[in-house]
Design a binder for this molecule. Structure first.
Ligand code: GLN
Length: 491
């Protein structure tokens, strides 16, 4: 494949501006890479014609000196984002052949800044899952393999298509979403960088809703700097989303490479969970040492309600999902399976259109919101959520960021956990806390395990302090010197 696909987003945008190559050339190179990598099942829809059309327009803007910050950069779009005139499925059969009549705010900002769309990326159905196996289009295959093995591994989920396509050099960056870890865990499993910004940074308008109080969009990228560049374009106030924050968007990239000397890095003792592989413990200690060497002060902190985060998440998220997914009734969008009467049509449509995990979440959510159980489950979970946010507020008295592992394991085999929902939910143990508290959190690739699989470290920051998160992530990235790439076995 052309060396244009191995560039970082930053190098590509610079090269395009200096006319070292054209947007059409770099787009063509990526289209070929996507076509050659169908074994990964990362895309549910390729849009090469649209990509070339957009690239041509980029070349014209570059020629006339009007290049935007992402001019000519080919990106992949998670199929949870509505794209005008281009099918959006949310990884489900229930949307059928739904062609959105409008563009999500986040993607429209990427196009405003000159980016090029290569296609729509595979994902867990309605973003529910941690392995991409709930997708109605079949799982994404992780480009990484254990040393000496050709077992197929999960790229993580729900943004598995985003993570796999960035890791495999099919696109320069991708959009993703994170409700409980869906940007960070796939980033960790594929050796890529992913950031979930503060709740309200990126507009949710035009992003198919899973759990509205937790959902946030963010980028998956090859480097910390690339993630910063993408996040800047994706962020910003949007009057169409009432939870979008009316605040300025900083130049996130200006924080990457900034000294972290004197910053206080908290290490939460409750994240030392039983059964965590020694290699992840070791990576975490390495991260602490790297930041110490960069001049940070390491402080021991306690987040005492951490153990309740996963159970609270698995009540709040399904509760909101059961409400959000009520709209898929066969009347307004996509699939309809007719019955003898209206109720039967609803039942048939939803039975045929939703997969097992989505049905499980709808049932859990409906149960915890039902009259007899609302107080015992849903209200209780909301109280726990408040306590978790309070834990972080306490921690910020003692530190500026927190450092933790991103996930409790490296990528596992496809099929390994798919029959055990609880084992699957445990993947999210370190990530759901920041969705419940609305805080920015980022995964940075920091090393390989003994099987040669990537592992990530997570940096958590104060609300709206993505800047410090980017500085610390940059320091970790530099110290880790992670350069490994998956071998391109699919070529
Ligand atoms: N794995 C988590 C879940 O299944 C998180 C998903 C997400 O962040 N979208 O709910």
């Amino acid at each position: 494949m052309s060396s244009l696909t191995s560039l970082t987003l930053k190098a590509a945008v610079d090269g395009l501006k200096s006319k070292a190559f054209s947007a059409t050339e770099i787009t063509q190179a990526h289209i070929e890479a996507v076509e050659a990598a169908r074994a990964l099942n990362a895309f549910v829809l390729e849009t090469p014609e649209k990509a070339l059309e957009m690239a041509k327009a980029s070349d014209a803007r570059i020629a006339s000196g009007d290049a935007g910050p992402l001019e000519g950069a080919p990106l992949g779009i998670k199929d949870l984002f509505c794209t005008e005139g281009v099918r959006a499925t949310a990884g489900s059969k229930i949307l059928g052949n739904f062609i959105p009549p409008y563009e999500s705010t986040v993607t429209s900002q990427l196009w405003r800044d000159g980016a090029v769309m290569l296609g729509k990326l595979n994902m867990d159905e309605f973003a529910m899952g941690s392995s991409n196996e709930t997708s109605a289009f079949g799982p994404v295959v992780n480009p990484w393999r254990s040393r000496g093995s050709n077992q197929q591994l999960t790229p993580g989920g729900s943004s598995g298509g985003s993570a796999a396509s960035v890791a495999a050099d099919l696109c320069l960056g991708a959009t993703a979403t994170d409700t409980g870890g869906s940007i960070r865990q796939p980033a960790a499993f594929t050796g890529t960088v992913g950031i979930k910004p503060t709740y309200g940074r990126c507009s949710r308008w035009g992003v198919v809703a899973f759990a509205s109080s937790l959902d946030q969009a963010g980028p998956i990228a090859k480097t910390v700097e690339d993630a910063a560049i993408l996040l800047r374009s994706m962020s910003g106030h949007d009057p169409k989303d009432s939870t979008s924050l009316p605040i300025e968007v900083p130049d996130f990239a200006s924080f990457v490479g900034k000294s972290v000397k004197g910053l206080r890095v908290g290490v939460p003792r409750e994240y030392r969970v039983d059964g965590m592989p020694a290699e992840i413990e070791k990576l975490w200690s390495d991260g602490i040492e790297w930041l110490k060497a960069a001049g940070c002060e390491i402080v021991d902190v306690s987040l005492p309600h951490t153990k309740y985060a996963l159970p609270a998440y698995y009540i709040v998220a399904p509760a909101e999902a059961s409400s959000n997914l009520a709209r898929y009734d066969g009347m307004r969008y996509g699939l309809r399976v007719d019955g003898a009467n209206l109720t039967e049509t609803y039942e048939n449509t939803r039975a045929a259109g939703f997969g097992t995990e989505v049905k499980r979440r709808i049932m859990i959510g409906t149960y915890v919101l039902s009259a007899g159980y609302y107080d015992a489950y849903y209200l209780k979970a909301l109280k726990v959520r408040r306590r978790i946010a309070d834990d972080f507020d306490q921690a910020w008295q003692k530190c500026d960021v927190l450092l933790t592992p991103t996930a409790p394991s490296a990528a596992f085999g496809l099929g390994e956990n798919s029959n055990d929902p609880i084992a699957m939910y445990l993947n999210d143990v370190f990530t759901v806390t920041t969705n419940l508290a609305g805080l920015p959190s980022m995964s940075v690739p920091a090393g390989l395990d003994a099987q040669g699989l990537p592992l990530g470290l997570q940096i958590i920051g104060r609300a709206l302090d993505e800047g410090t998160v980017f500085s610390v992530a940059g320091a970790v990235e530099q110290a880790a010197g992670f350069r490994a790439k998956a071998e391109k076995w699919w070529l």
